[in-house]
Design a protein around this ligand. Sequence first.
Ligand code: PAZ
Length: 334
Amino acid sequence: MNSSLGSEIDSFYESAPPLKERDSIMEKLNEFVELNCKGTKRVVCVTSGGTTVPLEQRCVRYIDNFSSGHRGAASTEYFLKAGYAIIFLYRRATSQPYCRSLPDDPLLECFEATDELNIQVRQPYSEAVKRAIRDHHAAVAGGFLLKLPFTTIFEYLQVFKIAIPGRSFLLLIEYLVLYYEQMLQMVAVSLRSLGPLAMFYLAAAVSGLLCSLEKHEHKIQSGSGPLDMRLVQVPKMLSVLRTEWAPMAFCISFKLETDTKILLDKADMALRKYKMNAVVANELLTRKEVVVVVTDSEKISVQRDKTEAGSDVENPLVKLLVDRHSAFIKDSNA
Ligand code: PAZ
């Protein structure tokens, strides 16, 4: 990592508010790692939803992002089906695995009281609710699905930094590395050997811009005339992920554009710049129908199967990436 990027990242983490619930997140991660990071079990970290950018330190208002979290939630289900253990790093109140077929407005629509004590699922929803409960509980109770929520860009990057399985994944908070190595020696060994078995599937729409917080501690007053706001760039963590945190993992990032003319070029640039194994290119309006997987030698168009009711593009996308991950693991072990 070049030193100017290093100091940018240092000052980013220094200016970030401390992550709440760090200890309980660490505890959950430790349990997950102990259970899953052994043998040939594959682990994928799926990021999902958009990050917010607070405008004030004591935040009343924030800039948000359109992402619904559908991509991350649907993909998580398919990765679980393919035998992966998942760290699902998601924006609070966005789509959740196994809940996509349930109404969210309001969820109570699904239920009715039969008498004072009993509640039952209404007929039209009964199959969907049963399936959602069964599959979700099996994944969580089996320890294959660890859900970690975030809202702000700060939380996202801090949890992300902790969540990354890799020997040198914590650049800045060394005590956490020590914590891992001392407390869970077995986990550290298995993390080291996890290498290519780990995948990163970075579907979250992470804000690239950040409000310079030193300016506004308190609520911005709307009566004080037009507001000049300075948005600074968030340091690009993708290159650090690739070079420092998880150099041996299989890394997939996403590129969203609204202008189709620049989409593939931008995906190509990201692929090379951040040394990703693949970049999934998608356009805002058609993102649920088609994506293009860009690798160093191919551009593969992946489409939703329109002949199948309820189908989605994440199903063939995850199948393709699981195949590519298998080939990557084979090559890395050769
Ligand atoms: O969350 P969603 O299903 O509504 O949308 C998915 C997506 C468009 C956010 C994702 O596919 C993506 O492109 N994420 C990266 C966005 C970016 O920062 O370019």
